[in-house]
Write a protein that binds this ligand. Structure first.
Ligand SMILES: NC(=O)c1ccc[n+]([C@@H]2O[C@H](COP(=O)([O-])OP(=O)(O)OC[C@H]3O[C@@H](n4cnc5c(N)ncnc54)[C@H](O)[C@@H]3O)[C@@H](O)[C@H]2O)c1
Length: 349
């Protein structure tokens, strides 16, 4: 395990993304997205994604410098197709356009179809919240073998289908950003790379039995992650699939897959200035925070946090102490960099 200075990691990541063919603006967006995911503590969606991105690029499943195709632009209805564009760029651009529209008319629904992996979805919640917007997003994962088993399924049928709700607040947005599986797939990958088991209740094996061994799933696509929270979490996973697939028009999990990662998203952005003002919302959020944090601590808890607090805590600590990256993940990135002709990746860190 190494601790890496965030600025150095960002510069080294930019070298890789530029070598993939991205123009300077896209390069900065992608590197910033990945390093911020690491800073937030979501190593599953940080620079460890680079080897998968390089593979997808080689196979023509991720296309740098893509621009959004506008499918529908009708007031509160915006529909874009990203045509396999570099995800963090495509989603950033789609949300930026939706923010402009929501400022004009109060609220907008944003459908983003068929983007290469858009990464940590909370980033877009933060983007919207910074602009004074409330943000709700249903995201699905397609063009990838299913890895999540909904309630009652003894084998995988869906992706890890993340769900996000974000609201601006004093001291930083409240951002609920979660996979609808008990853990994100990347967390099983990190556990596998560290040689550790995952927690109970996260995985089933090929026979549908509970297991804590991430190796069969990560290395051989055998078994499945379980959706969280019995039928309720499973229902949310299914609604992410339906809202991003059937409603937004993105690729669905039942369609033939080519071993890549396509994300589609159905999001709602609400201009809070048109809904009583950001200051009124901030007051209410502060009151809710005070109400919750005044509660007696449950056994084993020394603090009560709101969604988004852990990420801010990680970011402060990792900005100070560096971003921890395990040796196997580093080796995988170094190999991907070498394949792009970058032989001094490790030396840049
Ligand atoms: N692009 C994709 O296809 C895809 C798919 C799945 C997940 N993801 C991303 O993976 C990341 C990780 O997802 P995850 O489900 O493992 O996240 P997680 O379980 O670490 O956190 C989920 C949510 O719970 C909150 N939280 C965590 N600990 C808390 C605590 N002690 N008290 C209060 N709140 C707490 C977090 O702030 C967060 O909002 C997310 O950023 C998600 O967007 C992306």
């Amino acid at each position: 395990m190494r601790r890496i200075d965030p600025a150095r990691l960002r510069a080294a990541t930019e070298r890789i993304v530029a070598a993939m063919g991205s123009d300077p603006a896209e390069t900065r967006l992608i590197a910033d997205h990945l390093v911020r995911a690491n800073l937030a503590g979501h190593d599953s969606h940080g620079v460890g994604m680079l080897p998968a991105y390089v593979r997808m690029l080689r196979e023509g499943k991720l296309i740098p410098n893509q621009s959004l195709a506008t499918i529908t632009d009708a007031g509160a209805i915006l529909v874009f197709d990203a045509k396999r564009g570099f995800g963090a760029h495509m989603a950033h651009e789609a949300v930026a356009r939706a923010i402009v529209r929501a400022r004009e008319i109060g609220a907008v629904t944003l459908s983003l179809r068929n983007s290469a992996h858009i990464g940590r979805i909370g980033t877009y919640g933060e983007q919207a919240a910074t602009a004074g917007m409330g943000f709700i997003a249903y995201v699905n994962v397609a063009d990838h073998h299913p890895i999540s088993a909904p309630f009652g399924c003894g084998e995988p049928r869906l992706g890890t289908n993340p769900f996000v709700t974000a609201v601006p607040a004093p001291g930083g947005a409240v951002v609920l950003d979660m996979a609808t599986t008990t853990i994100a797939h990347g967390k099983a990958r990190i556990a596998r790379n560290k040689g550790e088991p995952v927690a109970e209740g996260c995985l089933i094996d090929a026979a549908g039995q509970p297991t804590t061994d991430p190796v069969p799933l990560v290395d051989h696509n055998v078994g499945a992650l379980q959706t969280f929270g019995l039928h309720k979490g499973s229902g949310l996973a299914i609604m992410c699939e339906i809202m991003a697939g059937a409603v937004a028009g993105g690729q669905r999990a039942d369609e033939p897959e080519q071993d890549s990662i396509l994300n589609s998203m159905f999001a709602v952005l609400i201009n809070l200035d048109a809904l009583g003002g950001v200051a009124r919302v901030a007051e209410g959020v502060a009151a809710t925070r005070a109400h919750l944090t005044a509660a007696r601590r449950a056994p084993g808890f020394d603090q009560i946090q709101l969604p988004g607090d852990p990420e801010r805590g990680h970011a402060a600590q990792r900005t100070r102490d560096g971003i921890p990256i395990d040796n196997l993940t580093l080796a995988q990135i170094t190999e991907a960099a070498a394949g792009l002709g970058i032989t001094d990746f490790a030396a840049m860190l």
